[in-house]
Design a protein around this ligand. Sequence first.
Ligand code: S3P
Length: 425
Amino acid sequence: MGRTIEPKGHIRGDVKLEGDKSISHRAIMIGAIAMGQTRLENVPDCDDCGFTIRALSDMGVKIGSRAGTTVIKGRGLTGLKAPGKPVYLGSSGTSMRLLAGILAGQGFEAVLTGDTGLLKRPMRRVVEPLKSMGVDIRAEDNEHPPIFIRGGKPLAIRYSMPIPSAQVKGAILFAGLYAKGTTTIKEPVKSRDHTERMLRFFGADIDVEGNIISLRGGRELAGKSFSIPADISSAAFFIAGASMLRGSRITIRRVTINPTRAGIIPVLKKMGVRIRISKKRDLFEPVGDIMVESSKTKGITISAGTAPSIIDEVPILAVIAALSKGRTVIKGIGELRVKETDRIESITSNLKNMGADINIDGDTMIIKGAERLHGASLKSFGDHRTAMAMTIAALAAKGSSSLDDDACVSKSFPRFFDTLDALTA
Ligand code: S3P
């Protein structure tokens, strides 16, 4: 379904958002292969986490929801059951890549598949390292889903990652849980470290020194009870809206501020956004309350080394840059081409339609800021983050805009429009 978006004066309010999608996938999966019960609060009611839950339920894990708490009856490291049918993961790349690592250690054969979008996503990046661990795994035409996997006893490896990818790293670490000996991973640049933190929290034998992670396999994990912090990737849309719309002020409670993930915070500070973090706490992940006020922003250059920590926020960052004084250069964002859609293309074409001056040079995005964007006919390309980023751009534009498809936001943030309505009321 489409919708019309009218410009808005400001965003104001104090919100709690649903739990972080990346962290939730890991909490659910690790809970499923831990011993005993795991109780999770604030798991988002989003499509992708639903696919992870359904997949594990199909493999014999009892997962239920009681008064907002997700309860998982863990079956131990090798306790999953053969699904008996292909495991359908919708468009969730994270579910597919991470589950491949867990299936590497189960004693059965499984097929991982998904929707037409997921069938186009690259999987060689996860198939190759798992193969080198001795896992019997293959992908269609060596690259795309379905993935066919026969679990067994993975071998510990030393792996130097060619690209920083938290999903690939997570899959190798999960497979490493089943290996005898130490699996070591070296990353070119540190990607989000949610898997490492969550594994340690559940009792895995894991060490991290800079960009090198070592995991000794063979140790059973123990179920945990905790609350998932709010998703910085969802928060980023309201942070951007508040910074761009005059007279805005919002507070978002208990958000992930993990530096490997929340690179958007220092980047926005550098651009001049008035953003303050309070009530910092270090649970199994660092969290804090984020307060943002409308701000005058300026363009900056963002290095390729920063890219992994802002990769999902580049669409909304490009929107802020389009309304900032001067030039913003975002380097090293080639991975955006293989997300749910080619996000370099989806963001560039939409922002150009709104009158922005935005160009691509290889893996670099160059945006010259303007005083104003104008309303336009916007396309989501079926991509949740493009839809949400362009909705925020439309709030700050002159004249009304239309968005062709708003249903896709349910992939990560089904309550996006309701929350936005409450904040702009
Ligand atoms: C994710 C890692 C990132 C990110 C994706 C979620 C994760 O992808 O873009 O939305 O939860 O591990 P890559 O692992 O491909 O970098």
